[in-house]
Write a protein that binds this ligand. Structure first.
Ligand code: AHR
Length: 643
């Protein structure tokens, strides 16, 4: 977290005389109302906005297996080059033949971001033709250096993997070139990765982006979608079994987001599945988050299909078993004994004999309508029978209210799913109102997973990021936290966006070839996750939950292991707020760490430039039980009272 530390003896409104009305927040330090799920605040990853290929997945080569429908998309060629169907990888059957003095150049995803003094591992599957060895020159272009090149001798008539490591002397955007100086070769799966990936994995993740995830301290990690698990058609749904095993033989799939937004057409957007379920589970483990995979429930995307009739978007109940098997096999892949199950054995073969400790599983993304419950019922029967410890996540549909939402909740209750996934992309007004949404939710039955949400302050689905959104998200999150007995998990959406290739915004983390941009919304998520505590404390203003009085939204938690009381306060007003924190049950003085996220600029977004909004940390000594504080206009403040 980028912070500035300032030691303050006293933080008080500068002009108390003209300041706004005094707001008194009463916190009963001895009265807990709910426990906070340790997994509560997490992340949701989907391959949208070039989040996976071209983003988190560190592969720099686009269309590395020549399997895009336009087989040479992303490549420039010189000389005699042709596409052939001789690949050694049956699920990626195309390869490329080069004859004589021929060359290739790959443009990467909006260019390749090389960094000074970093090493890059190039690899290619190749075979020499015509009984002769051939020389292939590999080069990193755009760096202005003659020595970012290496020679490979393709010496075998059999398919073989060749590898060489190249260094970049400076930071620049560039391309990859391959030059054949004579002879004839066939090549496939042309790959270039930074050596320095997150935790050094060869088929790894872009380090800066994965670090941004780790720094969020997520409790749960929902993946891989979102709409992409549904697919425009059932054939193009995300099938996890295609995303595991040797990376060269994971078949390409289209990406639904390629043409989902008419005005943001992304013709070169496909899913290589290089970042697949093994990599997702590994990432979850390495960032300390509980994995929460989402599987197709036998329905393709309802937004793009005619759901008034049964059709090939819907799997007949009698044909659902392979989909259910996918769920059962996934549990084995994640948790099973390699000696007893082939999917568990594959996990071990891929490098992880120990289980991944899967405990959450979502069936369906945001399905709605009469067809969902009968399908989910079949999944639930078999999953519960074999794996009763799995917490099943059902869906509330695509809308956070209305007839379908009510229907889905009714059905999820009947099915007794453990959690219901609610999605809301909303205006600031809606978000602020929704800060009390869960106060009246039934306490019995399924719990809530706020699986996708974000405030769109400047227009739905095309909104720029901005501090105004972040502030409203903080407000609604106080509602989650106050109702932590009902809301057990929450993940903002979407997670990533490439500055040059987004389809949907706002998003939590932006990036380009070299940089990561942590938005104001990112810092809100981080502050909640790092300060979630363990028990909610009874907190009120004027006898009611603190949810909008004088523009203030607040919650308080106790962190039992440390004995710290943590208070979160959002001030959406454009004026300072004088607050009295009445901490009933505490007295004397306590040192407090006060972290503030504040901006007068609603559009401050941190994207493409120096950060305009980041947490500011101060230290203060508070006199108790009634401590006076002055909150900045348009601010989110976390007060952590040390024991
Ligand atoms: O987060 C973007 C999309 O929003 C998700 O794919 C989908 O679940 C929702 O409609």
């Amino acid at each position: 977290m980028k912070t500035r530390r300032i030691l303050l003896l006293l933080q008080a409104c500068m002009l108390l005389t003209i300041a706004s009305a005094q707001s008194v927040i009463d916190i009963q330090v001895k009265k807990t109302t709910a426990t906070v799920n340790p997994d509560m605040y997490g992340i949701f990853f989907e391959d949208i906005n070039y989040g996976a290929d071209g983003g988190l997945y560190a592969e720099l080569v686009k269309n590395r297996s020549f399997e895009f429908p336009d087989h040479l998309m992303g490549w420039k060629t010189i000389g005699e080059v042709s596409i052939v169907r001789t690949s050694p990888f049956d699920r990626n059957p195309h390869a490329l033949r080069m004859l004589g003095a021929a060359g290739l150049e790959n443009e990467g995803f909006f260019g390749m971001g090389f960094r000074a003094d970093e090493s890059y591992r190039f690899s290619v599957w190749a075979r020499a033709l015509e009984g002769k060895t051939a020389n292939l020159q590999v080069g990193l272009n755009g760096l202005g250096c003659a020595d970012c090149q290496a020679q490979l001798t393709i010496d075998s008539p059999e398919w073989k993997k060749y590898t060489v490591v190249l260094s970049a002397p400076n930071t620049a955007k560039g391309t990859l070139s391959l030059l054949l100086s004579g002879g004839a070769v066939e090549i496939d799966h042309v790959s270039l990765f930074p050596v320095n990936t997150f935790n050094g994995h060869e088929n790894g993740l872009r380090r800066d982006l994965a670090e941004a995830l780790r720094d969020l301290h997520p409790g749960v990690f929902r993946f891989p979608g979102g709409c992409i698990i549904e697919g425009n058609t059932l054939q193009t749904r995300y099938q996890w079994k295609n995303s595991v095993g040797p990376v060269e033989n994971r078949p390409l799939n289209e990406n639904k987001w390629r043409d989902a937004m008419a005005d943001r057409f992304s013709p070169d957007y496909y899913q290589s599945y290089g970042l697949g379920f093994y990599e997702y589970f590994l990432l979850a483990e390495e960032i300390g988050a509980a994995p929460l995979p989402v599987l197709n429930c036998g329905m393709a995307c309802e937004f793009v299909n005619d759901i008034t009739k049964e059709g090939d978007w819907l799997v007949p109940l009698a044909e659902l078993q392979p989909y259910i098997d996918d769920a059962l096999d996934l549990i084995e892949f994640a948790n099973g004994d390699p000696a007893k199950n082939k999917w568990a054995a594959l996990r071990a073969e891929m490098g992880h004999p120990a289980p991944f400790n899967l405990k959450y599983l979502a069936i369906g993304n945001e399905q709605w309508g009469e067809h969902v419950a009968p399908r989910l019922k079949l999944f639930a029967e078999q999953i519960r029978k074999k794996y009763p410890y799995i917490q099943m996540v059902g869906t509330a549909g695509a809308s956070p209210e209305g007839e379908e939402f009510d229907r889905m909740w009714r059905e999820m209750r009947t099915l007794k799913v453990d959690l219901v996934d609610e999605h809301f992309y909303c205006t600031p007004e809606w978000c602020l109102n929704a800060a009390t949404r869960y106060d009246k939710y039934p306490r019995k039955g399924p719990k809530v997973f706020a699986g996708e949400y974000a405030c769109h302050a400047f227009g739905l689905f095309k909104s720029e990021n901005g501090f105004a959104s972040a502030l409203c998200e903080a407000a609604i999150m106080t509602g989650y936290e106050r109702n932590a007995d009902v809301v057990r998990l929450a993940t903002y959406a979407p997670l990533f966006a490439h500055v040059e290739g987004w389809q949907w915004r706002p998003d939590l983390i932006w990036f380009d070839a070299h940089n990561t941009y942590r938005t104001a919304s990112y810092y809100v998520q981080q502050l909640f996750a790092c300060n979630k505590g363990t028990h909610v404390l009874f907190t009120q203003m004027a006898g009611a939950p603190v949810a909008g009085q004088n523009g203030i939204y607040a919650t308080a938690v106790l962190d039992k292991p440390t004995g710290e009381v943590i208070v979160k306060i959002v001030n959406v007003a454009r004026s300072e707020a004088n607050i009295t924190l009445n901490l009933h049950g505490l007295k004397g003085t306590r040192n407090a760490t006060i972290t503030t996220l504040q901006s007068a600029d609603d559009k401050a977004d941190n994207i493409g430039h120096e950060e305009q909004v980041s947490p500011l940390i101060t230290e203060q000594t508070l006199s108790l039980p009634a401590a006076s504080l002055c909150l900045a206009p348009r601010s989110f403040t976390v007060i952590r009272l040390k024991k």
